[in-house]
Structures are given as structure tokens and as C-alpha cells.
Design a protein around this ligand. Sequence first.
Ligand code: TPP
Ligand code: DXP
Ligand code: MG
Length: 645
Amino acid sequence: MTDRPSTPLLDRIHSPADLKSLSDEQLEQLADELRAETISAVSVTGGHLGAGLGVIELTVALHAIFDAPRDRIVWDVSHQTYPHKILTGRRDRIRTLRQKDGLSGFTKRSESPYDPFGAAHSSTSISAALGFAVARDLGGAGIETPACGIGDCIAVIGDGAMSAGMAYEAMNNAGHLGKRLIVILNDNEMSIAPPVGAMSAYLSRLYAGAPFQELKAAAKGAVSLLPPPFREGAKRAKDILKHLAVGGTLFEELGFSYVGPIDGHDMESLLAVLRTVKARAHGPILIHAITKKGKGFAPAESAADRGHGVGKFDVVTGEQKKAASNAPSYTSVFAKSLIAAAERDPRICAVTAAMPDGTGLNRFMERFASRCFDVGIAEQHAVTFAAGLAAGGMRPFCAIYSTFLQRGYDQVVHDVALQRLPVRFAIDRAGLVGADGATHAGAYDIAYLSNLPGFTVMAAADEAELVRMVATAAAHDDGPIAFRFPRGEGVGVEMPERPEPLEIGRGRVVREGRGVALLSFGTRLKEAVEAAEALEARGLSPTVADARFAKPLDRELILRLAREHEALITLEEGAVGGFGSHVAQLLAEEGVFDTGLKFRSMCLPDIFIDQASPADMYAVAGLNAGDIERKVLEVMGAKVLERRA
Ligand SMILES: Cc1ncc(C[n+]2csc(CCOP(=O)(O)OP(=O)(O)O)c2C)c(N)n1
Ligand SMILES: CC(=O)[C@@H](O)[C@H](O)COP(=O)(O)O
Ligand SMILES: [Mg+2]
């Protein structure tokens, strides 16, 4: 007895080469089995379900027609690649997805030669595929697979990812270079939330209602693309292409041949069009495939997010297994606090870059639709748009995950900081996030914001602190201000009734002790307190303080801790170069080291940490309570404790 689906054909597939001998009908059957296997695997791992289900037929067709790894298939975001992983020799590990030591939830060059380019942040695929195409034409053979060289270069990009400027930068360049390059626009009319923006409306118009171009002309153009009959389906290809629009679109204006729209779930259409394109394409070509996110799994198809990101679930009912929560999530605390602040202040508005649910701004949107802006996947624009709002007299909160804010860094520097504009950055997913792994680690914002003149940088130690920081940011008009908080639920502390803004640049001592001081910035505070309590048993009683601010630093507090203790240890959920470095700089400048203070900075190590539970990732980073305890003992010269299990 097994709860795995029956997959006789898929069981024979060990690499894409095995698809080459299958008939078109068998490829259709393979797609059905691949869908069942994908659903089964994600039901035990959780993860990105809907996007993969939407590209099952496309994945099979691509691997049947093209020759990966020689042909480079570059998946945008790559959260839709679980079916691709199954077909490319990773089926035996597919139930380890997104877990410690398991398969990554995204494409990863070190994981497989079939993943020619890693991704997880969106809208990079056309640039990367174009890079491969140019390398090919310059005689490059690829790093991992030099023996097979580089064949066709194919970018598969979603309609949501098409909202980012980078995709247009790439098409602009590709149209100019004129290299053979295949872009498949996987249009499921969904980002994580329903897509927004004029471009999304334009894509819908390409296949909604009346044909946008005279059919006769389209058919003529299409027929000229047809190959001589080969293998199966040439006649069918002709029939299909007769009904397609070719030319006349924005893409055509950018120098691409446009083929579409085609039904991305109709294997016959896909095979026919891909065969034709493979045989005849010259220059850049864009194939517009219409798909359904969550296709073939009713609970996903009917979910508001089309099953974008799911927990483990029951394959029959679709019911997700949710862990009981003991405290509200940081995201919901942020959203609630911002709504409360906006009730009082009509200047408060909010900006998200395609993450209304993830940032909690969907709730703000329900309450203040005219003051909330989902700009699509467009972090650079989001930041400068917020800068404009601030310059216009509003009080904008730009809510972006730490990892995605990286994309808007020049805008943060040039448009916000340099002009000292009071944009409030609500930085969610700060620190290590778990299953999404290294691509989504919120590791760098402390460093890349704290070095900017005039920036105020805060980190919440718990959910009550987050409430205070929202109030602080709302009241702060003197330049840009950021506050960071992690993924997941809070600590379960009591919440302030009427949050008062914090005094800028003032930390707090949460536990008075002696000998050694632990100065935490962010939610490692809980670990620091735990470590301090454990150290009591060893005769040590560390002082524990919450810095609250990485910029401006609480000089008074830090210098007092340095003066009154033999050792000072800083803690943060960020990369080297952040809070600890700024504290070290202050201590050095003040000559504190000259008088013999023992100083250590505990931050993320200089490595990319693979996916695992956040606790396991912090164990790799050496930032859990036991690690802090050991560090204290090491610094204070006491016996190092046995490593905790
Ligand atoms: C730069 C960046 N911003 C935000 C995200 C978060 N994100 C992941 S998938 C996604 C939606 C992508 O939509 P689409 O490209 O249409 O793919 P689909 O899931 O519909 O297949 C978003 C916003 C991201 N991965 N990268
Ligand atoms: C692929 C992607 O970037 C998002 O879907 C991300 O996985 C969301 O993560 P959260 O669950 O933390 O919102
Ligand atoms: Mg989409």
C-alpha cells in the first residue's frame, strides 16, 4: 500500500533524454503523471505548488523538444521548477525539497547541470539567457558542461515577473543584439496576488476579446514560420498557427517575433509551436503561453493565491496542516500598528512591491485603498515612488522584505538618503528565513543601511518593540528611517496599549549583571536572555541590553557597558559589517580597546547558508542561545560547555 500516485511512464524517466522516444500522446500522459507526482511531493514538503502546476505541460514540452543541458532553460524566479527537477534526475530527492540537506526550492547551479542559472528573485531570466546566447555566439561553451557547448537559450518568465524593469532592460538589449533567443511568457494572470499595473492589463488585452490584428495577415506571417513536415504534428502546427497572432505587439516593437497566445496546457499546441520555433527561429522570439496557476489541483485553482505557497497538505481535501501559533506574527503586528497609525494620520500611506499578503499590507489596503499602492515586482520604483510621496508631504511606509530591498539599493542611497527624505522602510523577513534558503536571507540590510549618512536604523527585539518602532517611524520626519523584524511569530510578550515613539538612538538594559555584557540588536535578544540565565549556573551573570538602534548608536549606553564590564559581545541577525562593526568602530575611536576591553561581535558568518529551519540555520551561524553561552565562557576564560543537542 502506498499513498504515492501510480506513475508508470514517469518511472521510466531518468533524464530528459528519456522523453525523446515518447510519442506526443505519451508526453500528454507523462504530464498527467508529473502533475500527480508534483502534488504528492509538495503535500509532504510544502512549498511553491501553484506555479509548478501551471507549467507542467510546458516543462514536459520543453524537455521533449529541446536538449538540456546543452540548451539552456532559464526559469525566472524558479519557484515553478519542481516538475523540472523531477524530470532532470532529482525525483529520488524531490521529497527533501526546501529542507535541511535537501533539494533547494529554486534552481541552483551547484545542484544540477540542468539548472544553468540560479534564481529566486524575479525578472532575471531574460538577461541571463541573453548572456548565454551571446557567450554561445562568442564561442563560449559553458562552465559546467563544456563538452556539450551551448545550444538554444530559453527564458521562461511569468507575467508577474514581467512587471519588473529588468525584464525590459533585457528585451531592449536582446532586440538590439538580434541573437537567437527564446522567451516564453508564462501568463497565468497571477503574481502572488492578482497582478497589477498597465502592463498586466496589456497582456490580458493580447488575448481577450477581438483579435488585435487582422487574422489573414497573422496567418500569413505564421505560415512563413512553418518548418517542412517533421515528426508529428506539422499539419496541426499549421492549424494552430493560423489562429495565432504574429507581430504587432509591444514585443514586436522591441525587436522580438511574437507568437501567441497559445494554450499552455494544450500539449499539442505547445509541441507544435516549440518544434516550429526550434526549426525556424532566428533572432529573439517571444512565445506567449496562457496557463492557469494551480492547474489540475482544485484546492489550488480555487485558492485566492492559486496555491502559490502552501504548507503540507492532504492531497484529497487540500487541507493544509498548520502549526498552532502562540503569538501573533510580526507581519500582522506591523500591519495592525500601521493601520492604527494611519487612522490618526491621513499622511500615512503604504507601498508594496507585489507582496501585499506577505507584508500584511493587504489589510491596510482593505482599510485605506486610496493610500495603499501595490506597484508590482518593482522594488526600485517602489523606493523612488515612496521618495516622491515623501517629498510631496506624505508619510510613506515602504514595506519590502529585506532580501528584495537589495534590488532598490541605489534608489535608497540616491533618491532617499542623499535627499534626506523621510521614507519609512518596514523591513520584513529580516535575518534567516528558513525554507527559502540563502536567496531569501535578510542578511545585509543592517550593513547597507547603517553606512548611509542620516539614516535611522532600528531592529525590533519582540512584537511589542515592533509596535513602538512603527510609532517611532510614523513620527519621524527627520530623514529616512528603517525598522526590521523577522519572519514568523513573535515572542508572546504583552503589547503596549498606547505606543509612544522611542527616543531616537536610545537602547535599554533588560537585565543588569556584571563581568560580561550582551548587547543585542533584534530578536536574538531572547537567545541572549536564555544564555544569560543558563550562565547563572556557572557563576556568571551577564548584563543583557537591547540596542534598538544600529544608527544612531546609543553611545552613552555602549560606553557605559564597556566601562563597567570586562567583556562586551554584540549580537545581530545580519552579515558582518553591520551593528557589531559600528559598535567596534565607536569603541576604537573612543580608545576603549586601549584599556583592554574584551570585545566580540556575533553576526552571520561570511557564507551563504542553505535552507533548513530558522533554528537550524542559526545553529550553522552560531547564533543560538547555546552558542552565545559558549562564546561568553570562551571570552571569560571559563570551561567551554559541551555542545547542546
Ligand atoms: C525581486 C523579487 N521581488 C519579489 C519576489 C517575490 N515573488 C516571488 S514569486 C512572485 C510572483 C511571480 O509571479 P509570476 O512571475 O507571474 O510567476 P507565477 O508565480 O505566476 O508563475 C513574487 C512577487 C521575488 N521573488 N523577487
Ligand atoms: C518565491 C518567493 O520569493 C516568495 O514566494 C517567497 O517564497 C515568499 O516567502 P514568504 O512565505 O516568506 O512570504
Ligand atoms: Mg504569473
